[in-house]
Design a protein around this ligand. Structure first.
Ligand code: FMN
Length: 192
């Protein structure tokens, strides 16, 4: 949407899989900080999502500068449910335990950060922040794309399915950054 300076994408996580991804990384000549963004397979039931994240976490750990835990894409069915207490607690607990094991094994601490949706209520953000602190998660990325179309109601594309990004998301994501900053303040830090 040129006038609105926005994009709606509904790609999902179509890709060649973690093993080929790691082979590609091994061949790469990139020298900067490499952030690796991981998400569950679309057909893994939500109750078994942790297993997918752990597989990708273990396989990418030694190659990553940091790992982003994507639980906020609107294009993978139910993925954003992983932001709710019930799933997030077990996910963060498992990843933190694994991070400690891999830290020892590779003698290298790779931080992991959680990527959140802009469509959470302040109550949901409070719960997320509480768990980020409880499990000493190393950081948060705010935000992923939005399913909210308020900013582009006049566009002929407003009813297209997918996640909206760009200028129409800017205010909403900035508000999430502000809110999380208030919840987390300096407590959020995080060395383990
Ligand atoms: C085409 C496209 C593909 C994306 N794929 C991913 C993805 O695989 N994982 C992810 O966490 N975010 C993904 N995003 C979301 C972006 O990383 C970013 O969070 C979002 O676009 C909002 O930021 P922006 O308005 O500055 O673009 C994608 C965005 C676009 C436009």
């Amino acid at each position: 949407m040129i006038k609105e300076e926005g994009i709606i994408n509904r790609f999902g996580f179509n890709n060649v899989g973690i093993d080929q991804f790691i082979e590609n990384i091994k061949k790469a000549k990139f020298k900067g900080v490499l952030g690796i963004n991981i998400g569950k397979n679309f057909d893994t039931p939500i109750d078994r999502a942790v297993e997918d994240y752990l597989i990708c976490f273990r396989k990418s750990y030694r190659y990553a500068g940091y790992i982003a835990i994507n639980i906020s894409s609107p294009n993978t069915k139910n993925l954003r449910h992983l932001q709710s207490d019930k799933y997030l607690e077990i996910l963060l607990k498992s990843l933190k335990t694994e991070q400690k094991i891999l830290h020892k094994k590779f003698k290298k601490l790779v931080p992991f950060v959680v990527k959140v949706s802009p469509d959470n209520s302040s109550k949901q953000l409070d719960s997320i922040a509480k768990l980020l602190l409880k499990y000493k998660v190393n950081g948060v990325i705010a935000t992923n794309t939005t399913i909210d179309r308020k900013g582009i109601l006049n566009s002929k594309y407003s009813m297209e399915e997918g996640g909206l990004s760009g200028a129409p998301l800017n205010k909403k994501s900035t508000n999430v950054i502000k809110y999380l900053n208030k919840c987390l303040m300096e407590k959020y830090l995080l060395s383990e």
